[in-house]
Design a protein around this ligand. Structure first.
Ligand code: CO8
Length: 373
């Protein structure tokens, strides 16, 4: 039987960063402008004044300190409050393609492989910058992979669902190796005018190379012991942007055409679901939580991760057991747990066990148990 292993990972981090103070300053300038422009309606009681944001709230409620973004100037312009990413011609690479190529090259290099060793590529992320041709096929062409590629979207769980698809392709023999790449430009679909969520997301791209065990260097990479996926419909994280928007008179101007969520409900409903799923998966593999050396959890909220780790382990997890990258990256949707894995895996020794676990919109949860080779 063919066995799939993870032999390399890559990460593209946009150079521009925005810290909480910068973000809050821009937001509060927007609030002042809005309240001044609507002073009469506010005075008449027809409109509620907007409230300012605060860095202290952001760090306490989420653990986020800063985020990397594709463009900083547009986001911090109080009259714009959206990234400035000019359209490119059809002959130029798309932004997502550029990010993906960079992350894929690092994953290949880590595994000691070239594109000639790869048969397939999956772009798995929350937002595609166009519907077609598939971003994945553009990345395939840019890298020079002779094979097949497709896009998939399961929001925050795109990368773990993509991992299962890659494992399936390798283990059923349809590809020798598959790249799973997650170019997340979350700033493109974040409402920077919304106080409740303006601080939540950042941009980044991850890549994972999944290969046949027999083609990899002995003692390197991670054996995949099992994948476990779960979805359950919820409107608590939603984005109504889509190709049918032009069929409605209101077009794309309403806030529901960007990311919206009931953050508290998400926190309460998703945390137990995730902890129970990890525990059930460990039981099915005849493992216990004490066997886990590391949990590379989805990076949306520090308090949520601490709660999930506590529910799984029955005690608080150390930084080493559940590493945090959201302080530096914010929520990068499906890339988050993979960034944690990419940055915090080299110190594990042969036989060490860990779990990558993503959770988010859908709801969707994806859990992948790994053993260091
Ligand atoms: N500054 C100051 N005060 C604020 C701010 C702010 N910016 N925002 C809210 N407040 C106030 C509120 O008004 C409220 O005041 P009051 O108590 O007087 O009513 C108080 O602070 C508390 O507000 P909340 O209850 O909203 O605060 P929480 O403690 O719940 O924290 C969080 C908010 C951080 C959003 C938290 O609920 C959370 O992280 N929840 C989990 C969310 C989560 O994991 N979501 C996953 C979504 S990501 C995903 O699935 C990917 C989707 C696809 C990506 C799309 C790319 C854009």
């Amino acid at each position: 039987m063919i066995k799939a292993v993870i032999s390399g990972t890559g990460l593209y981090t946009p150079p521009a960063t925005i810290d909480n103070d910068e973000l809050v300053e821009a937001f509060n300038q927007y609030v002042e402008l809005y309240n001044a422009e609507n002073a009469d309606a506010i005075a008449a009681g027809d409109l509620a004044p907007l409230q300012p944001s605060s860095s202290a709230f952001i760090e306490k409620a989420s653990g986020i300190k800063r985020r990397h973004v594709i463009d900083k100037t547009g986001i911090l312009d109080p009259k714009r409050m959206a990234p400035l990413i000019p359209e490119r011609s059809n002959e130029e690479p798309s932004v997502q393609c550029e990010m993906a190529v960079s992350a894929c090259k690092e994953a290949l290099e880590q595994a000691g492989k070239t594109v000639a060793d790869v048969d397939a590529l999956i772009v798995a992320c929350s937002n595609m910058q166009r519907p077609y041709p598939a971003i994945s096929i553009e990345v395939q062409e840019a890298l020079g992979i002779d094979g097949f590629a497709y896009d998939m979207n399961v929001a925050c769980s795109s990368a773990t669902f993509g991992l299962q698809a890659a494992v399936n392709s390798v283990e059923n023999g349809s590809a020798r190796a598959v790249l799973v790449v997650s170019p997340e430009i979350c700033s493109g679909h974040l409402n920077f005018r919304d106080r409740d969520s303006h601080f939540i997301f950042g941009d980044a791209c991850t890549a994972i190379l999944v290969e046949r065990e027999e083609n990899t260097r002995a003692g390197e990479g991670f054996e995949i012991l099992g994948t476990s996926l779960k979805t359950k419909f919820s409107n608590n994280i939603r984005n109504n942007f889509g190709f049918l928007n032009r069929g409605d008179e209101s077009g794309i101007g309403k806030p529901d055409k960007l990311f919206i969520q009931q953050g508290r409900k998400v926190f309460k409903e998703v945390s137990p679901l995730v902890a129970e799923m990890i525990q059930a998966q460990l039981r099915s593999l005849s493992l216990t939580p004490d066997d886990l050396k590391r949990m590379w959890l989805h990076q949306a909220n520090l308090n949520m991760n601490q709660l999930i780790a506590r529910k799984v382990l029955g005690r608080d997890a150390s930084e080493e057991e559940a590493p945090v990258i959201l302080d530096e990256y914010a929520n990068t949707s499906s890339a988050g747990s993979i960034i944690a894995f990419h940055k915090h895996k080299e110190d594990l020794v042969a036989g060490d066990l860990g779990v990558i676990c993503s959770f988010g919109a859908g709801y969707s949860v994806g859990s992948v148990v790994l053993r260091r080779r």
